[in-house]
Design a binder for this molecule. Structure first.
Ligand code: NAP
Length: 316
């Protein structure tokens, strides 16, 4: 049976960075890239221009950046597996990782499976429609794109993310609407006040977007007032989902401590140690706050260094 010192699960910036560091430490890691999504590389694979990753003054496309991460991890000897992990058994060491094609044992594990931005099933917002052609789930990643400049932009949600994204988008759009299903924001009081008082933000209360229309890119939305039942077609240049993220932790089946939303808890602040000795977590799967490629990559580096030192302490 295959047995590795380090197994990394997840192929975004955190997973590949952990692999670069672990392979350069001669730990010949095995990295599960995932198969089900068809897209190794994580959330950046659906982002067009990445303009805030340091080192690329002209910007770089998400897939190009991830391809470079991937190649760099392979160059130092990472084994990449295009396979989903179905479950893990963390009850004894070595840990057991059950992939689609079989079982591999690992002395240390790095979990970097990321999080998925939630989306709604609204006509016009899917892949093949206006997804990434005016519809996105990350204002910070995509908001500065030319197609959103001086347009009316719509942010769906009522939490801190919706307010933060709407505020960010005021730099680019002519007007930003927050479309919220209730008559009160979930966002913290201070953030809510910021949105309510912002001259370029208007909140459409008790409302939902029920259709997104356009030609090559988004041109209009239909907003339904859920109290009156009235539908209104409005001019729109962009639609941003900000209804929260779901960390990809289902496969752990509760074997690691998480917060109520499912984010893996880091047990030693400032490290990547989880509730299970020998299991480390990096990237968005343990980060409900920053969620940036650069912070994910940084924590991937930390996880590899933590795992390397932990292995040294436990190899005798
Ligand atoms: P969140 O707090 O869970 O808010 C999600 C919002 O989306 C809610 O207003 C919810 O409406 C709405 N929503 C959910 N499902 C929906 C659906 N099916 N249809 C329509 N609307 C839907 O998520 P978040 O805003 O991403 O924040 C997550 C965590 O990160 C929070 O703890 C937040 O405080 C934190 N955060 C902090 C900051 C900051 O401090 N700078 C920034 C961002 C996030 P309801 O209100 O009706 O449930």
């Amino acid at each position: 049976m295959e047995h590795r010192k380090i197994i990394i699960i997840g192929s975004g910036p955190a997973g590949y960075t952990a692999a670069i560091y672990a392979s350069r430490a001669n730990l010949s890691p095995l990295l599960y890239e995932g198969f089900f999504s068809g897209l190794a590389g994580g959330q950046l694979m659906t982002t067009t221009d990445v303009e805030n990753y340091p080192g690329f003054p002209e910007g770089i496309s998400g897939p190009e950046l991830m391809d470079a991460f991937r190649k760099q991890s392979e160059r130092f000897g990472t084994t990449l597996l295009r396979e989903d992990v179905e479950k893990v058994d963390l009850s004894t060491r070595p840990f057991k990782v059950f992939g689609k094609k079989g079982l591999v044992l690992g002395d240390a594990l790095i979990i970097a499976t990321g999080a998925t931005a939630k989306r709604l099933d609204i006509p016009g917002t899917h892949e093949g429609e206006f997804w990434q052609k005016g519809v996105t789930a990350c204002a910070v990643c995509d908001g500065a794109m030319p197609l959103f400049r001086n347009k009316e932009l719509y942010v769906i949600g009522g939490g801190d993310s919706a307010v933060e994204e709407a505020t960010f988008l005021t730099k680019y759009g002519s007007k930003v609407y927050i479309v919220h299903r209730r008559d009160e924001l979930r966002a913290s009081k201070i953030m809510a006040a910021r949105a309510i008082n912002h001259p370029k933000i208007e909140i459409l209360w008790n409302s939902e977007i029920i259709d997104v229309q356009g030609d090559k890119t988004v041109q209009s939305v239909v907003v339904k007032n859920v109290q009156t039942g009235q539908d209104t077609k409005r001019s729109a240049g962009g639609v941003f989902f900000a209804i929260g993220h779901k960390p990809n932790t289902d496969f752990l089946e509760g074997q690691l401590e998480t917060n109520p939303q499912g984010y893996i808890l880091i047990k030693k602040p400032g490290t990547t140690y989880t509730s299970k000795d020998g299991v480390f977590a990096a990237g968005d799967v343990q980060d409900p706050i920053y969620r940036q490629a650069i912070s994910a990559a940084g924590s991937g580096c930390m996880a590899a260094l933590d795992a390397e030192r932990w292995l040294e302490m436990h190899s005798h």
